[in-house]
Design a protein around this ligand. Structure first.
Ligand code: MN
Length: 198
């Protein structure tokens, strides 16, 4: 019997397509080494466990805090991360109902970007900053440590910003704020807004 294994998702771009915001070297190391390691760990830890065969969101929500939930969370977050980018010339701004909700929640789209930058700057250590929508349809910006994910708290992540140093150190060294600011050139907001059930 062939066992189900989680696989690296195909990227919608080439490894060098996000440069200079994210260099080919950074994307290659991040996707092919870090992401793959979380995946390999997840597949290994699932083998023979009661969580084998569950969907990734189910594993993320049901596994108790520990190696399995850490690696499942990292796989889930990295899927969000890598699928939300496009080469600069294809980047689209938010629109429609999504943009309306952003303006209602944060004042304007620019204010949302400023808030995401401020939040990711002030977060200490390794983790993620997210734009999320909760069960009541309210948007907010939040951060979580290590491999934790908003799914565990009943919230839907729409945008995921990786704050681990492996995401930016080669290109920006300690300049996390500059890294986050330059992400805006490659975020596919049509993809981000498609994550919300409108
Ligand atoms: Mn990462």
């Amino acid at each position: 019997m062939i066992k189900f294994r989680f696989e690296l998702p195909q990227l919608g771009y080439q490894l060098g397509d996000l440069a200079p915001m994210m260099s080919q070297e950074t994307v290659s190391l991040h996707y092919d080494r870090h992401f793959r390691t979380y995946l390999d760990n997840l597949n290994r830890l699932l083998e023979g466990s009661i969580y084998e065969g569950l969907s990734l969101p189910d594993i993320v929500c049901k596994a108790p805090i520990g190696p399995l939930s850490n690696n499942a969370g990292q796989v889930y977050n990295h899927q969000l991360f890598f699928e939300q980018f496009v080469p600069t010339k294809h980047a689209k701004l938010p629109s429609g109902e999504f943009l309306f909700m952003v303006e209602q929640s944060f004042g304007s789209f620019d204010r949302l970007l400023q808030l995401l930058e401020k939040e990711s700057m002030s977060f200490f250590g390794s983790g993620w900053t997210f734009l999320v929508v909760n069960a009541d349809g309210e948007m907010k910006v939040m951060s979580l440590s290590n491999g934790d994910t908003p799914l565990r708290y009943g919230m839907t992540p729409l945008l995921a910003i990786d704050l681990w140093e492996h995401a930016y150190y080669l290109d920006y060294q300690n300049r996390r704020a500059e890294h986050v600011h330059r992400l805006w050139d490659i975020v596919a907001w049509d993809m981000v807004q498609s994550r919300m059930q409108l």
